[in-house]
Design a protein around this ligand. Structure first.
Ligand code: XIL
Length: 655
């Protein structure tokens, strides 16, 4: 077999220096629905004939009146084809009631490269330079990479590109790589340069972008990000391409409880672009391997660990083209006795029940498909009186493509909550993030109708089972009190909020409707802006019942008086306060005791405010936190309680 060809690319180029702007991700919202929920009032906003939200007749302080939604809707409504089907027990960990799964094949993750041949031909993309406050590029030139150019190879070639960072002032910049291509390395040459080395295969055919960052020697936040495009063409002779060893996608090490069902998704991968077969080597007694019902490349390992200890499971993958080529991966489970997860004292929901604060948590998407789903379930179903879907109700989860609705996970969470007498918070109806890529392409003039249709579809499915709705999430800029210039704001300014609440109120007259925001638990321009927004909404009779304080804080948080004052300002306006997403990230060197104290003080501040009626954490185990690196929750990654758990027990019970 011919050796792979080495392609050594060292070119000369210079980067364009461009100050990179801030700005927020924006995001649009869309979905179609049956025209249910159209108002019966006279048309004043979107006329049904033109689907436009742009002629909304909202003057100064006039309350909005909703028009009928268009018929047919802007995008296809949910149908019987979207209805979930029974999920076989081989695929999940919950044993006491059947779960449902999606009926359709998995939504293809876009495999189209974001870069085209035209992009490649246009040459090296300009560097993006981040210029921090106080730096004048005229005096301190931006760092850059010397000698780079887009690279074209054939599958099977090894790409080698040397990265030599330079600085106009002559000092040597630092550098690091962002996400590496699969199997690539970014090797230190110990002379201030690094080399990207990448053995390409058939699976890499297309255009891959690789970005390295040069760091100014004087100001570390002054950086230049340089993307380079690597075009991998089909091999002239596939027989020349070395055949890679297959494997499974990496599986985390899990702590599980003896006797709990464990499921693990095995995702076979082969860089030659084929799907390897998967076999268990000496599997534990009773272990099964079941092909996924939606995707032939996936298999589900299911077992029930019967003994305490470290359980290893070896998985052999076999090349689809040459069965003599195999890969071996090892899965490790730490099997603990049930006694290690028993908790003394009151369950948090029972402790809270002594008072008037409803206590709950966000729950992870498809937690029942994780190896430790048994532990997750047993904690959640005993500790919480309120459940919020962390992400299962978001646009990209519910409606990933026009006309395609994926209700299964949200249906499962809803039934889980009902089975354990938990109230449910719908989150979020309107947000600028977690939107499918097709949503942001909606025309501005259609967007309000899209928004109303989505709200209608979600609330039609769940309204009689949801007690609280986060109707609009994060309407303000990250750090100021200004309105976020989101895709929503682009339509009608802040009046999108009026319409969203009017639509939600029309669909669920009895629910608690919430405006939810982060970084408003202390004094500052953001809370000032929130208060002004609330006053404007109330002046327009917008049907807000409560304001959500997310409270994603740090262990250094100590502005409890300011939190109390901000809550009081909201209460003075006749609105309730919900703590909606509490977690306490550990700052460097902070102790678990410090973290516990912040949890306790936030709970006390809520208890002291009669109109603070709900307190929710954003998850409960560090393993599944979106801030996981800062260990912000009250169980560690292995479901062991931290001091914050005991502190919450005591504080919630009013001790
Ligand atoms: C976060 C989830 O925790 C992440 O897993 C997801 O990737 C992005 O969204 N404010 C909100 C929540 O209102 O919906 C966000 O949840 C966290 C910030």
């Amino acid at each position: 077999m011919m050796p792979a060809i080495r392609v050594l690319a060292i070119f000369t180029a210079c980067a364009l220096v461009t100050a990179c702007g801030g700005g927020d991700s924006g995001g649009g919202a869309t979905s179609g629905a049956d025209p249910v929920g159209g108002g019966t009032e006279p048309v004043t906003d979107a006329g049904s004939d033109n689907n436009s939200g742009s002629d909304v007749d909202i003057g100064g302080d006039e309350p909005v009146v909703l028009a009928d939604l268009p018929s047919p809707p802007l995008t296809e409504a949910p149908s019987a084809n979207d209805e979930p089907i029974a999920l076989a027990q081989e695929f999940h960990t919950i044993t006491d009631f059947p779960l449902v799964g999606e009926p359709s094949p998995r939504v293809p993750v876009s495999v189209v490269s974001q870069f085209s041949e035209a992009d490649f031909a246009a040459g090296l993309p300009p560097a993006v330079v981040s210029v921090p406050d106080g730096v004048d590029p005229a005096l301190n030139g931006a760092p850059f990479f010397e000698g780079l150019q887009n690279v074209r190879v054939n599958a099977g070639d090894v790409v080698e590109i040397r990265y030599a960072p330079r600085d106009p002032e002559g000092e040597l910049p630092g550098q690091f790589a962002q996400e590496l291509p699969p199997g690539a390395t970014f090797d230190d040459n110990f002379d201030g340069t690094r080399t990207l080395r990448w053995q390409t295969f058939q699976a890499d055919v297309g255009i891959t972008a690789f970005t390295a960052v040069a760091i100014d020697p004087a100001v570390s936040s002054y950086r230049s990000s340089q993307t380079l495009l690597i075009a991998v063409d089909e091999s002239v002779d596939p027989a020349n391409v070395v055949n890679a060893t297959p494997s499974i996608r990496a599986v985390d090490n899990y702590t599980v409880r003896v006797g709990d069902p464990v499921v693990i998704l095995l995702d076979g991968q082969d860089r030659n672009g084929t799907i390897p077969s998967i076999e268990l080597v000496n599997p534990p007694a009773g272990a099964t391997l079941t092909p996924d019902y939606r995707d032939e490349g996936l298999s589900w390992l299911r077992l029930v660990p019967e003994f305490v200890g470290t359980l290893t499971i070896d998985v052999l993958t076999r090349d689809a083209l040459d069965s003599s080529i195999t890969g071996l991966d090892r899965i490790t489970l730490f099997v603990k006795p049930a006694s290690e997860f028993e908790r003394s004292g009151a369950r948090l929901r029972d402790a809270a029940a002594n008072g008037r604060v409803l206590f709950g948590s966000a729950l992870s998407p498809v937690f029942y498909l994780q190896a430790d789903g048994g532990l997750y379930e047993s904690f959640a179903d005993s500790e919480f009186a309120l459940m919020t879907p962390e992400s299962s109700m978001k646009w990209d989860a519910i409606n990933p493509l026009p006309g395609l609705f994926e209700w299964a996970d949200m249906d499962n969470l809803m039934r889980f909550a009902e089975q354990h007498s938990m109230a449910v918070r719908g989150h979020p109806l309107v947000w600028h993030r977690s939107l499918p890529s097709w949503v942001e392409e909606t025309a501005v003039e259609d967007r309000i109708v899209h928004m109303r249709e989505f709200i209608t579809r979600v609330m039609n499915r769940y309204a009689d089972r949801v007690d609280i709705w986060d109707v609009v999430n994060e309407p303000l800029n990250d750090t100021s009190g200004e309105m976020r210039q989101s895709l929503w704001f682009e339509t009608l300014g802040e009046q999108y909020i009026d319409i969203a609440f009017a639509q939600a109120r029309e669909l669920d007259p009895a629910a608690t409707l919430v405006l939810n925001e982060f970084d408003v638990g202390f004094a500052g321009p953001k809370f000032d802006g929130l208060l002004q927004l609330v006053d404007r909404l109330l002046a327009r009779d917008v049907s807000v019942d409560a304001v959500g304080f997310q409270m994603h804080v740090f262990s250094s948080f100590n502005q409890f008086d300011e939190l109390a004052a901000n809550m009081a300002a909201i209460a003075e306006r006749g609105l309730d306060i919900h703590i909606t997403e509490l977690d306490v990230a550990l700052v460097a060197g902070a102790s678990d005791a410090t973290q516990a104290n912040v949890y306790a003080r936030v709970i006390e501040t809520c208890q002291e405010q009669p109109q603070c009626t709900v307190l929710q954490t954003w998850g409960f185990t560090d393993r599944y936190s979106f801030r996981t690196v800062t260990e912000p929750l009250y169980l560690n990654r292995d479901f062991a309680t931290k001091p914050a758990y005991e502190a919450m027990q005591q504080t919630l019970s009013g001790n």
